[in-house]
Design a protein. Structure first.
Lengths: 250, 242
């Protein structure tokens, strides 16, 4: 199947790109209400999903860094494999669970932002858990003996390392948030891209692309990048404010 | 052989026939040793002789075969490592963390931490990030952190190995002060001069076995024995004066 952009005449791509930049600037400057609502929902869904996944993923990663049990290696391998989990597959699984005939159909939350949060939580949980396990494991090799000699149990050691590596943990959470807000497959399947209810930036981009309005789709993509950039800038500023004294200190 | 045999007091720690293996490496072979209250023992020996393994086994950090008996299971122990590990927190919070992990009542934290910082001469560095301190300061902070929990036994794993001469001197002075206060200490070291200056008893290890366990003056006199003597001759030329 030909993609809409494939039929653009030669040279039109560049003008479409220029037009999309102009449209993006205009949308931002005009503070378009539909755009603001869509951006707001994107941030709310992905932010909530990242927070939910952080609660589970940080604890799971920390535990996996210190746990010893049969099957531990297999679980870590599975977790690392899930880093490549396709978002549309997550969407399908959550859809099957939440659809009227599914085991959780009675909740009645399919095609709601809640379903989108659940899907994105599942999507980014492996990212947070796997990276946290690695982070805590590395730090334990450096200072685990010291903490154990001071009386810390295995889980206390792991949790203290999360405090120790808090800025790196924040980077992990930023990466997870980036994965969540940039994905389209899961939110499209479980949200349905309903205007004003479940339409987020990525599903809006997909919709405009399918309608052939490439400049608007590209403009929305640029707006998405700007929004994520602003969020990251805020977090970086907080990092610098709190951690400047420790920057580069090992 | 034990240098302090026949002591009437029950040892703080007693190892009997302790062996430790790391995969295919036999790190300790049927080691028996007693640690009496108030002693300052130096563990010396070539690289890979088992000094650190014995230190960690005494501290209870390693799985082993054989028996390890404590005079009192609640005996407070602390350990200072060659490269002290400080969390990315302030000096004060690193001290508070140690007190929290040692289950010291919260009301005592401020007093103990302040005393400890004075003891190591770092009272003005309270709010500094611990990792921004120099190597010597971090080692003094590690000693303060250990001292703050008032341990009955302090284990030291080559505490001055990565320090410059002046920091080494400062740390040695602190250790001598702790010993003068009656704290029981066990220190692994490559520095025979340091062992001679600080310890009252020297345990010489080779290939995971205790070869000599003697009072310091006897060990550095003529009691070391052939193999330890060989070790001493190899090390003394460049280590003793440092």
């Amino acid at each position: 199947m030909d993609e809409p952009g494939a039929e653009l005449p030669r040279g039109a791509s560049l003008s479409a790109l220029a037009e999309s930049v102009g449209t993006a600037v205009e949308l931002i400057v005009r503070a378009d209400s539909v755009l603001l609502r869509t951006v707001g929902l994107s941030l709310a869904v992905s932010g909530t999903a990242t927070l939910c996944a952080a609660g589970l993923g940080l604890a799971l990663g920390a535990w996996l860094a210190v746990a010893h049990f049969p099957g531990h290696r297999a679980l870590v391998l599975l977790l690392n494999t899930l880093l490549a989990l396709p978002s549309v597959v997550v969407g399908l699984v959550v859809y099957l669970l939440l659809s009227r005939s599914g085991p959780l159909g009675s909740w009645g939350i399919l095609f709601t932002p809640t379903a989108m949060v659940i899907a994105q939580t599942i999507l980014v949980l492996p990212v947070i858990a796997a990276l946290t396990r690695q982070l805590v494991g590395d730090s334990l090799r450096d200072g685990g003996d010291q903490l154990r000699s001071m009386g810390a149990g295995p889980m206390s050691c792991a949790l203290l390392m999360l405090v120790h590596d808090r800025w790196a943990v924040l980077t992990v959470l930023i990466a997870a948030f980036g994965r969540a807000i940039a994905e389209v497959g899961a939110v499209m399947v479980v949200g349905g891209n309903i205007d004003g209810i479940t339409r987020v930036m990525t599903t809006a981009i997909a919709l405009e692309t399918s309608k052939g309005d490439l400049p608007l789709a590209m403009a929305l993509g640029l707006v998405l990048l700007v929004v994520v950039g602003v969020v990251n800038l805020g977090i970086s500023a907080a990092q610098r404010g709190h951690g400047s004294a420790l920057a580069g200190v090992r | 052989m034990n240098g302090i045999e026949g002591a009437a007091i029950r040892p703080l720690i007693r190892l009997r026939g302790v062996s430790v293996r790391f995969g295919s490496v036999q790190a300790l072979r049927k080691v028996s040793v007693d640690l009496q209250r108030g002693e300052f023992i130096a563990l010396v020996g070539p690289n890979g002789s088992g000094k650190t393994t014995l230190l960690r086994t005494l501290h209870g950090m390693l799985r082993h075969q054989g028996t390890r008996e404590l005079a009192d299971p609640s005996v407070v122990q602390a350990m200072v490592f060659q490269r002290p590990f400080m969390l990315r927190l302030s000096v004060a919070n690193n001290l508070r963390l140690a007190l929290w992990l040692a289950r010291v009542p919260r009301v005592e934290w401020a007093g103990r931490a302040e005393l400890a910082m004075h003891r190591v001469g770092m009272a003005g560095l309270w709010e500094r990030p611990a990792r921004a301190l120099s190597g010597g300061q971090q080692q003094r902070l590690a000693l303060a952190r250990a001292w703050a929990i008032q341990p009955e036994i302090l284990f030291l794993d080559e505490p001055t190995a990565s320090l410059d001469p002046s920091a080494k001197k400062e740390v040695e002075a602190l250790l001598a002060g702790f010993a003068a206060d009656g704290m029981t200490m066990v220190m692994s070291t490559h520095n025979l001069g340091q062992a001679k200056r600080l310890a009252r008893r020297v345990v010489y290890l080779d290939q995971g076995e205790i070869q000599r366990d003697l009072p310091t003056e006897v060990f550095f006199g003529d009691g070391a024995g052939a193999r330890a003597d060989q070790f001493l001759k190899g090390e003394m030329a460049w280590q003793l004066e440092s």
